[in-house]
Write a protein that binds this ligand. Sequence first.
Ligand code: NAD
Length: 386
Amino acid sequence: MATTLHLRSESKALEHRSALTPTTTKALLDAGYKVNVERSPERIFEDSEFEEVGATLVPEGSWKDAPTDNIIVGLKELPEDKFALKHTHVQFAHCYKQQGGWQDVLSRFPQGGGTLLDLEFLTDDVGRRVAAFGYHAGYAGAALAIEAWSHQLTHPGEKLPGVSSYANQDLLLKDVRSALESGSKKADRHPRVLVIGALGRCGRGAVDLCTQAGVPDENILKWDLPETKKGGPFSEIVESDIFVNCIYLSDPIPPFLNEESLSSEKRKLSVVCDVSCDTTNPHNPVPIYTENSTFDKPTLPVKGYDDPPLSVISIDHLPSLLPREASEAFSQALLPSLLELKDRKTSRVWQQAEGLFSEKVGTLPETLRGAWQSAADTVKSVTGTA
Ligand SMILES: NC(=O)c1ccc[n+]([C@@H]2O[C@H](COP(=O)([O-])OP(=O)(O)OC[C@H]3O[C@@H](n4cnc5c(N)ncnc54)[C@H](O)[C@@H]3O)[C@@H](O)[C@H]2O)c1
């Protein structure tokens, strides 16, 4: 019998992205899967685009009553609720790193006999993430940074107005190109942009945006580990106009900039886009802000800097600015793994995800482990293992 995937309609406000796209849905259908797609008012893809490739449209929220052998596919968290989950869910659940409320989120799966296969932890043979949204985060972050720089020049003293998702990347690029042209005309030069983490997913996106928007290559400084080895703070950052931080912070490092480096007379820096957004991490190497900005208010002023002003963009959901392209790239990267779902009991990537789920359930208090604990107890009593 065909394995059935059930694509949830995302419930998080303003989430237009989707784990499956019409293209990847078609590939799954061609490979013999059945794909049920919930109608969705927010998804960037029209319901009809899925129907046209052969998917079956089903009502929004119908995953709860789907047959238990259906695999429920989604992107972000399930709506907050308490009922026990009986299905296998493929999604980001944000409950494996002891985030606030993790026990409530995770315990629903073992209590209903369900399984969580968390997208954040799917890795390939060499431990790299199978699918991530980094490229479009960097692309969108650099776009907003250039717009903010230009806005400072063309509308002194005014904040960058709110932004919302673009129907496609070309429309964003058109806006950024026109902003860059006005800003560069006013400044009588192009901005110098320094990207740190330039070899990673976010960093490559940021560099590509700068290039495509028209920043000359000699004005785009691409730094990665070798350039920051000597340890910050770095004068090159404050002497650039725009700094886009895209590193993956794994260990504590000295700050990339601080009050002292920012007080330099040579400071040109007026926009920082912290794509990495390690806002609450005590080792955040961009320690000049304490809260995240949003699409509504993309920039936050850094107090005490007026000439030039200094603004920070610290949006933690940047890929949502480009939901269509971000979804397509993510879903294409995920597709080879999705195609193994029908054999998931022998597939390395899904077995690893299931193993991690069991490990995390094992860290829940016993009273919250429900059916999973009873099954583990049965195995123990039959095999005599402790
Ligand atoms: N703001 C958002 O919406 C958003 C979206 C996606 C990802 N992110 C975050 O962006 C960060 C980067 O993600 P990614 O997928 O690009 O990671 P990645 O692993 O693909 O790339 C990180 C890059 O940073 C470099 N790097 C690490 N430490 C460095 C240092 N000290 N100096 C210089 N370079 C250094 C690495 O060599 C690598 O090239 C992560 O923290 C991720 O959570 C944010």
